[in-house]
Design a binder for this molecule. Structure first.
Ligand SMILES: [Fe+2]
Ligand SMILES: [Fe+2]
Length: 213
């Protein structure tokens, strides 16, 4: 990992207005590690992937914000301004800008380069596995949402509604993420993490069963 870049970006991000519980600096640090690992496996350009991963959420708007679809675009602009200030290589700016603006679901920008695909895959992987479960619960708690529907926790007889129950987010989004990934390295890791989430659901089911008798 590029330590100079890591230090400059962490300092810059600490200055940012507070994001929600699932988008704090620890999320960014995990995405950087994942992105670097995927980039090495996929032979993507680290000089693009690493700054894009550090800065991908430098503008982060919460889900209810009317201009949320613009967040990734604004983050890309702000990231390039910052990289100019620290004297990063200008010839990489457009590739970094694209990787940041294409990372989110809500921005609707298609990732066209390997580097953009790697950053998007890394960000999505952080929604899966043990950390994904934790983030899902953190966000739900912050919004005051009940964890599960007491009569039908696993959406067997009703449509999943993640506005109403945190656990429903597994069915509306999280368990579908694996199919949206681009790189083979990320797909392998998504399978490992999704399998863990399915065993979590099975265990939870076995614990809730007596309550539903
Ligand atoms: Fe984001
Ligand atoms: Fe992110």
């Amino acid at each position: 990992m590029d330590q100079t870049l890591a230090q400059a970006c962490s300092g810059f991000l600490l200055d940012q207005t507070k994001a929600d519980a699932a988008h704090q600096l620890d999320h960014v640090q995990r995405v950087v590690k994942l992105a670097v690992s995927l980039a090495k496996q996929e032979q993507a350009n680290l000089a693009v992937v690493e700054p894009a991963a550090w800065l991908h959420d430098c503008v982060s708007l919460d889900k209810s914000h009317p201009q949320r679809h613009m967040a990734a675009q604004w983050a890309a602009d702000k990231a390039v301004d910052f990289l100019k200030q620290i004297g990063y290589e200008p010839r990489l700016f457009s590739a970094i800008h694209h990787a940041i603006s294409a990372h989110s679901y809500s921005g609707n920008v298609v990732a066209t380069t390997l580097e953009a695909k790697v950053v998007q895959d890394a960000d999505r992987l952080d929604a899966l596995g043990a950390i994904g479960i934790t983030r899902c619960i953190q966000v739900g708690s912050q919004l005051g949402r009940p964890f599960y529907h007491s009569q039908d926790p696993f959406c067997q007889r009703r449509a999943a509604d993640d506005q109403a129950y945190s656990l429903d987010h597994f069915y509306t989004k999280l368990l579908l993420i694996g199919d949206s990934l681009h790189t083979e390295a990320a797909k392998r890791e998504a399978k490992r993490r999704s399998d863990f989430m399915r065993s979590y659901l099975a265990q939870l089911g076995s614990e809730l069963e007596p309550m539903n008798d």
